[in-house]
Every structure is written in structure tokens, then in C-alpha cells.
Design a binder for this molecule. Structure first.
Ligand code: PEP
Ligand code: MN
Length: 356
């Protein structure tokens, strides 16, 4: 099998177990996935960065032997997670095609630097960088730049969105925070962006919805955890799906084209885009007027030596706007985010005026 070329196939479908547990489980899962013809790469964790000690931490080197058998039997390239120099060296020794840096590793510049150095000037292997656990674009971009600085060609580097740890209420294990992805896209516009619904959702019922949202946002592929007996998996049992369910899910994804040549489609789109540009301009014109009005309030408060933050008034505004916008069908989350941004900016400006 020749060198794996990232970007040669879009969408790129990566599937396989969270962890390689036994030879049978690894090979049987991979064979079932490969037989469908819908999967391009087999994944399996060999070293597992577990949150808690005392849980299954991966088979290590023997699992690489099983993965070589998988590659031989299926003809598919193999992806494993690496978290340090030794992992990279083992993976290269066994001819692993794709290495990925996991979310718990991307957070550590030392670990990423060590991995990058172990890959110094490597032109063959593909490296996929998962987003860090925390929503920190700098760390994610920094990891990519460390690889580039060590001579890993940019075209061999891809990104995986696996959601961000969040200490609050969420139906997701790692909420997707899609805006982070838009930011990363603008920093690396040519780089393949793959979605990992399994680690975003953490449970089966949400997988299809997240996969579809990613397809709607023009992601370049999916990484999905699949296991022959998911309920008995030694890691991430609740989010893994059988190979059959994985294939069904892949079949149900509607992939969208990045653009279309059809002139009618382009005309319709352009009309809507011009409207949006116009509306955006109006929104900012209004926001600007609102800020000037709140500057005036700042002057009045200053003249009368009254504090900036008037909690009652702010609560009234929120209550009133939430009632009005609920009727419009706008989501409460969205409305609160917008109101808070406006409020913070108003307070900052009034602060400046007070202290001039
Ligand atoms: C994994 O892919 O099994 C894994 C450990 O993922 P993450 O780094 O996204 O948690
Ligand atoms: Mn996993």
C-alpha cells in the first residue's frame, strides 16, 4: 500500500474502536467496517490517556501488531493516538499511516513539542491534531505550528474537532462550541477539518445530529468510534456504536457541496447574501447608536456621582427583551449572549467616561 495522502478523499471517514482491547475485537471490528466500503481509515487507541487512574490504559506495542494485521487484511490505512516521543517511535516502527494527538495532549506544549521533534522532517506520516480539552484556540494553533516548525509538511496535517470540556450543564460530553471551529478555520483555511461526534456526544442518541451539523458546516470528514460489542467496551462504552450502526449513521449523513456551479442557485444565494450584508450594517449602525446613548447615560451618572451598574434596570431589560424575542422564536441562549455582550461594552464605555 502506498503512502496515505491526506485530502485525496473527501469526506474522509475514520472509524474503529476507542481502544484496541483484544486481537479478535480489533480485527473483527475493522473487518466489519472495511467490508462496508464506507470507511477509509481504521482507528484504534493503543495508549489511552484516561482521566482516572486504575482504568484500562491501553495494550501498547502488542496492539500495533494487531493493527498491522488489520492493515494487511483490509488494505486500509491505520490511525493511532500518540502522546509522547516513545509512542511516535513505536508507531513509525510499525508503519502506522496516521498519528493523532489527543485532546489531553494538545493542551501540553511540552508533550506536543516532544512529538513534533520526534517527527522532525518526516514527510510520510499524516498527523491529525485534536482540539485541546479547553476552548483555547491558541493552544490548538500552537500545536499545529510546532509540527510545521519541525518540518512536518502542512499538507500532512489535519484537525479534529472533538468538542470542549465544559463545567456546566450540557447534554453533550464535550459541547461542540462551533464558533471555535470557525476561528481555527480562518487561521488554517486549507487544513482538513474532521469532526469526532463520538467524543462530542458521549452517548449514542446524539451522534447522528452532530455528524449532520458538521456536514452542514462543510467539515472534511468524520472520526467515529465503533466496537463489535460496544456495551462491553473497556473505554468509552456509552458512545461507541456497532460497525452496522456506524455504517447506517454514515449512510444517513447528507454531505453538502462547498459551492455549486448552477447559476440559479448562485443568484438566489447572492440575493440572500446581499440582504445579510445590509442587515449586518444596520445592526452595527443601531449598536453604535445604542453605545452613544449609553455614553450619555455615563455622563449623567458621572455628573450625579451615581454607580454605573444598576442591576434592577439590567434585569428589567433582560426580562423585557426575552419576552419579546421568545415570541419571535429566537433562542434564549442567543438572546442572552447578545444582551450580555452589549451590556459589557456599555459598562466598559461608561467606566471610561466616569474615570476620564
Ligand atoms: C480517543 O480518540 O479515543 C480519545 C482519547 O479522544 P480525545 O483525545 O478526543 O479525548
Ligand atoms: Mn475514546
Amino acid at each position: 500500500m502506498g503512502k496515505f495522502v491526506l485530502g485525496a478523499k473527501r469526506p474522509l471517514i475514520i472509524a474503529g474502536p476507542c481502544s484496541a482491547e483484544t486481537r479478535e475485537q480489533t480485527i473483527e471490528t475493522a473487518m466489519q467496517l472495511a467490508r462496508s466500503g464506507k470507511v477509509d481509515v481504521i482507528r484504534a487507541g493503543v495508549w489511552k490517556p484516561r482521566t482516572n487512574p486504575g482504568t484500562f490504559e491501553g495494550i501498547g506495542e502488542p496492539a500495533l501488531e494487531w493493527l498491522c494485521e488489520v492493515k494487511e487484511a483490509t488494505g486500509l490505512p491505520i490511525a493511532v493516538e500518540v502522546a509522547n516521543r516513545a509512542h511516535v517511535q513505536f508507531a513509525l516502527k510499525y508503519g502506522i499511516d496516521i498519528l493523532w494527538i489527543g485532546a489531553r495532549t494538545t493542551v501540553s506544549p511540552f508533550a506536543v513539542q516532544e512529538i513534533a521533534e520526534a517527527l522532525h522532517d518526516n514527510k510520510d506520516v499524516t498527523v491529525l491534531v485534536k482540539n485541546p480539552m479547553t476552548p483555547d484556540i491558541g493552544l490548538w494553533a500552537g500545536a499545529v505550528n510546532r509540527l510545521i516548525n519541525e518540518g512536518v509538511p502542512q499538507e500532512n496535517i489535519g484537525l479534529i474537532h472533538r468538542g470542549f470540556a465544559y463545567f456546566g450543564d450540557s447534554k453533550y460530553r464535550n459541547p461542540p462550541m462551533w464558533h471555535m471551529i470557525f476561528e481555527m478555520r480562518s487561521r488554517f483555511p486549507e487544513m482538513m477539518m474532521i469532526c469526532d461526534p463520538s467524543h462530542i456526544c458521549g452517548c449514542r442518541p446524539l451522534l447522528q445530529g452532530i455528524a449532520q451539523q458538521a456536514a452542514d458546516l462543510c467539515f472534511d470528514g468524520m472520526m467515529i468510534e465503533s466496537h463489535i460489542t460496544p456495551d462491553k467496551a473497556w473505554s468509552d462504552a456509552s458512545q461507541q456504536v456497532t460497525p452496522q450502526d456506524c455504517i447506517t449513521m454514515l449512510d444517513n449523513i447528507m454531505w453538502r457541496a462547498k459551492s455549486a456551479d448552477d447559476p440559479e442557485f448562485n443568484d438566489e444565494l447572492n440575493i440572500c447574501r446581499r440582504q445579510i450584508d445590509q442587515i449586518d450594517a444596520e445592526i452595527f449602525d443601531l449598536l453604535n447608536r445604542r453605545m452613544h446613548t449609553s455614553d450619555k447615560i455615563g455622563e449623567i451618572k458621572k455628573a450625579n456621582n451615581v454607580a454605573i451598574l444598576q442591576s434592577n434596570r439590567w434585569e428589567d431589560i433582560c426580562r423585557r427583551m426575552l419576552t419579546i424575542t421568545r415570541r419571535m422564536g429566537l433562542s434564549e441562549d442567543f438572546v442572552r449572549t447578545v444582551l450580555e455582550a452589549i451590556h459589557v461594552e456599555s459598562i466598559n464605555r461608561q467606566n471610561e467616561i466616569m474615570n476620564k
